[in-house]
Design a protein around this ligand. Structure first.
Ligand code: PMP
Length: 306
């Protein structure tokens, strides 16, 4: 990733990709106190556009606020930086990674007066999973790792350190022949995937865990918005893992994963064992929206070329 052409926005200016470096004593590298976003740009008829940019930037600022990191740039500057990262790397479709991290002015937990740095990288990352996964669904296992407790790490922050838990769960799932992990909260209720929110459909009602230990997903909200339009009731409530086993349909949502059907959990086939009709419908609405094909949702797109 580090050795390639291109430009990365770092602390207010574009720097050559290979020169966007930081010192080994970077505080965030040691203790994980930092926050980031995962954002996507899609090619639309009017040119590349970032999907729900403002919502991502707002969440980044909320994360920084929770972690007590003072943002040295405005939201407007961050929005412009993200557009520039796509535009100046000549990308049609892109994954964007804004990150806020602490510098190397001091070491140790008590270090203070650390500089808050901000970077934005953008690169092309066509599909998070195989194209078949989008149609056939993925195999998931319940993780042996518990999702964060709301008072251990801050779950409303998309904090760097929170992802140790995600990686332990994902690596375990992959090592056991699955494609994703389902994490339960500290009381044993369904929380989310390693980097996705989860929905299940039962008897025409869509259910998703309430926002306690899972991230306030922007794709999750998009799906809830679509369901309002479709007249599909959505309940945010506690879900047990065996409710996923007996669901008619289940799917993950996330900026990287988009809308991803789940065909199996812990060796139990879910519904018909493939993408269900509502999942297919919501997936189609999602892809149309991100590509600017839904007039009603054009407000979610920010054209990078203005
Ligand atoms: N949960 C976790 C832990 C995540 O990392 C992500 C990805 N940001 C999500 C849920 C989905 O969030 P979004 O739809 O905003 O990408």
């Amino acid at each position: 990733m580090a050795d390639r052409d291109g430009l990365i926005w770092l602390d207010g200016e574009m720097v050559p990709w290979r020169e966007a470096k930081t010192h080994v004593l970077t505080h965030t590298l040691h203790y994980g106190l930092g926050c980031f976003e995962g954002v996507r740009a899609y090619n639309t008829a009017e040119g590349p556009a970032i999907f729900r940019l403002q919502e991502h930037t707002d969440r980044l600022f909320r994360s920084a606020h929770i972690l007590n990191m003072k943002m040295p740039f405005s939201k407007d500057e961050l929005n412009q930086a993200q557009c520039a990262a796509v535009r100046e790397n000549n990308l049609d479709e892109a994954y964007l990674r804004p990150m806020v991290f602490l510098g190397s002015e001091g070491m140790g937990l008590r270090a203070d007066n650390l500089q808050v740095h901000v970077m934005v990288a953008a690169w092309s990352w066509p599909s998070y999973m195989s194209p078949e996964a989008r149609e056939q669904g993925i195999k998931v296992r319940t993780s042996s790792y518990t999702r964060h407790h709301v008072n251990i790490t801050m779950c409303k922050a998309k904090a760097n350190g929170n992802y140790i838990n995600s990686m332990l769960a994902l690596n375990e799932a992959i090592a056991s022949g699955c494609e994703e992990a389902l994490l339960l909260d500290n009381e044993g209720y369904v929380a989310e995937g390693s980097g996705e929110n989860i929905f299940i459909l039962r008897d025409g009602v869509l259910h998703t865990p309430e926002l306690t230990s899972c991230l306030e997903g922007i794709t999750r909200q998009t799906i809830i918005d679509f369901c309002k339009e479709l007249g599909v009731p959505v309940r945010e409530r506690r879900i047990t893992r065996d409710e996923v086993y007996i669901a008619d349909e289940a799917f993950f949502t996330g900026t990287a994963a988009e809308v991803l059907p789940i065909r199996e959990l812990d060796g139990r086939v879910i519904g018909a064992g493939k993408r269900g009709p509502l999942t297919e419908k919501l997936q189609a609405m999602y892809f149309d929206a991100v590509k600017g094909k839904r007039e009603a949702n054009k407000g979610w797109l920010t054209l990078v070329n203005g």
